[in-house]
Write a protein that binds this ligand. Structure first.
Ligand code: GDP
Length: 206
């Protein structure tokens, strides 16, 4: 897939509120600081004009943010879990918002769950991946910031993710927002999730 156009299409703050359109959706999840904003920006090639809302604006980081890509699908940025400063009540409300979306959104084609390659997957990562598997939602695990690891450590990290998260190796992708590694593979994987037949257009030219 080539990314031609990207537009911010709106935010969802409340469970049950309508999503901004009727196109397929792919959601990105992961705890805060995992590198989600950086990866989304690199993926959508918006380096000058930052697209994803990087922390600091509490209202924005607690909503689901929709980006319309190529007028074809929505990339949905889910709120990052693990804000230590948030109260239990606020954390619970994010959880409800995200879970209701993941359970109830018929246009959701799959989820890309991000894990920092330098750390073992946490129990929260496992819960998320199991939750998605139970619901039969296609899941891709992206190991972020792999530029920080040497080859041996990278291989070990992939093996650990496969084992701890109980997934297949072909569900794991190593990426770096710093070097752009994994970008093309991730775009291809998104294409597969969305389904080529839904686009109504061919991928010709730059
Ligand atoms: P978010 O909270 O998940 O959106 O994380 P950010 O995208 O804001 O990134 C958190 C921190 O990790 C920032 O300091 C980034 O510069 C850094 N970071 C993100 N992606 C990468 C990467 O691929 N490589 C390296 N070396 N650092 C990264």
């Amino acid at each position: 897939m080539k990314v031609r156009t990207v537009e911010f299409a709106g935010s969802l703050f409340d469970a049950g509120a309508p999503v901004p359109g009727d196109l397929p959706q792919v959601a990105f999840s992961g705890r805060s600081n995992v590198g989600k904003s950086s990866l989304i920006n690199v993926l959508l090639r918006r380096t000058r004009k930052k697209l994803a809302y990087v922390s600091g604006t509490p209202g924005k980081t607690r909503s689901l943010n929709f980006y319309l890509v190529n007028d074809r699908f929505f990339l949905v940025d889910l709120p990052g879990s693990g804000f230590a400063k948030a109260s239990a009540r606020v954390r619970q409300s994010w959880k409800v918002l995200v879970e209701e979306y993941l359970v109830g959104e018929p246009k959701l084609r799959g989820v890309v769950h991000l894990v920092d390659a330098r750390h073992d997957p946490t129990i929260t990562d496992l819960e998320m991946v199991e939750f998605l598997a139970e619901r039969g939602l296609p899941t891709l695990v992206v190991l972020t910031k792999v530029d920080k690891l040497k080859r041996m450590a990278r291989e070990r990290t992939v093996a650990t993710a496969v084992e701890r998260l109980n997934i297949d190796e072909d569900q794991v992708l190593s990426c770096s927002a710093k070097t752009g590694e994994g970008r093309e593979e991730l775009l291809t994987a998104l294409d597969d999730l969305i389904g080529a037949d839904e686009s109504g257009q061919n991928e010709i030219g730059p």
